[in-house]
Design a protein around this ligand. Structure first.
Ligand code: SAM
Length: 278
């Protein structure tokens, strides 16, 4: 099968963009071609136009679109990714929110890891909560972990990881929160696992995202780089509504809301600057 032409690539890209918010740069044409051709071959479809027609008109339940998305997403992640930022969360933001909750007599914490990929980020947050909170058992903690890709969620729910994923886990946490399996992989501790609820969700689906409310912390790390300004703005505006007053938003190290929203305020948390809702 020949590689996609630039026009075919653009037609498919804008279709995917409208549904997911992900904007593919034209330099990604080879990467996209390979993956799309895999789907076209297994369906016996000859041209990209035919494939897009199928996605538009014959894919009523969205099953083929989901197959395509599962192949196109970039799922790179690992435990304790961006340690300095997590330190700011653990040593400054979490104690601040926890104290405010204790003062109000409300022992609950709500966190959203959006997107969570294979689960390393929400489980990392679970480990941090478990370690940092005094008397963790008295807290009602829920970590919502969502992603558009079904395959990564399946792995996340298993909670078993290879060496590569745990490479940045501090040794004392590795001992305390993981058990090695007979195959030499690492299984996450069940108390941490219980804190996390996984959900298949498209962050560009406004109706679904609009229903998410009441979070103290939202982590949306390493996703906005794949979005354009418009889809970034829509999502960040939703996050603002989804946070409780005083709640924090954490983005990836190369991402910022500065250009797209003025709603969030910034403040210092240790050596880090963090976004919060006033
Ligand atoms: C690079 S991973 C980031 C994982 C983790 N937050 C981290 O920083 O390590 C990006 C994830 O975003 C997911 N994703 C892409 N578009 C999405 C969308 N529209 N809705 C929900 N998840 C999406 C991908 O499936 C992928 O797992």
């Amino acid at each position: 099968m020949a590689a996609l032409s630039m026009t075919e690539f653009e037609n498919l890209s804008s279709f995917v963009y409208r549904k997911t918010g992900i904007r593919f740069e034209s330099k990604k044409i080879y990467f996209i071609s390979k993956r799309v051709q895999k789907r076209m071959q297994s369906l016996g479809v000859q041209t990209i136009d035919e494939y897009i027609r199928l996605l538009r008109f014959a894919d009523l339940k969205g099953a083929e679109f989901q197959n395509l998305v599962d192949l196109l997403t970039v799922n790179e992640t690992y435990f304790f990714r961006d340690f300095p930022q997590l330190q700011a969360f653990a040593e400054h933001c979490l104690p601040e929110i926890a104290k405010a909750k204790v003062d109000q007599g409300k022992y609950n914490l709500r966190i959203w890891s959006a997107p969570c990929s294979t689960g390393e980020e929400p489980y990392t947050l679970g480990i941090i909560m478990h370690t940092m909170l005094d008397n963790v058992k008295q807290w009602d903690i829920q970590i919502l972990a969502s992603d558009i890709d079904r395959n990564v969620l399946e792995n996340a729910r298993l909670g078993i990881y290879a060496e590569r994923s745990i490479r940045d886990v501090p040794p004392e946490y590795l001992n305390a929160y993981f058990k090695t399996t007979s195959k030499g992989d690492y299984r996450i501790n069940s108390d941490v696992k219980k804190m996390v609820r996984f959900e298949h969700l498209n962050l560009s689906d406004k109706d679904i995202v609009r229903d998410k409310k009441g979070f103290d912390f939202i982590f949306c790390r390493n996703l906005l780089i794949y979005f354009d300004d418009l889809s970034r703005k829509q999502l960040v505006d939703h996050f603002y509504l989804a946070l409780n007053p005083g709640g924090f938003l954490f983005l990836g190290s190369s991402e910022s809301v500065g250009r797209i929203s003025t709603a969030f305020k910034m403040k210092r948390a240790g050596s880090h600057l963090v976004y919060y809702k006033d």
